[in-house]
Design a protein around this ligand. Structure first.
Ligand SMILES: [Zn+2]
Length: 52
């Protein structure tokens, strides 16, 4: 089931699977929010996720 995270910066990060979502969110943070890299666990990312 696809999921998405609405980043506070206004971008929506999506993934077709949990693994893909976490990978995409981590890539987004490295690209746009380097200060947040390493501060969010997989569980925290999935807690923020909504069904897309
Ligand atoms: Zn963002």
């Amino acid at each position: 089931m696809a999921k998405q995270v609405n980043c506070p910066c206004g971008e929506t990060v999506r993934g077709e699977t949990d693994d893909e979502l976490v990978t995409n969110v981590e890539a987004h943070m490295q690209d746009k929010h380097p200060e947040m890299v390493g501060t969010m666990s997989r569980g925290q990312i999935l807690d923020m996720a909504q069904e897309a």
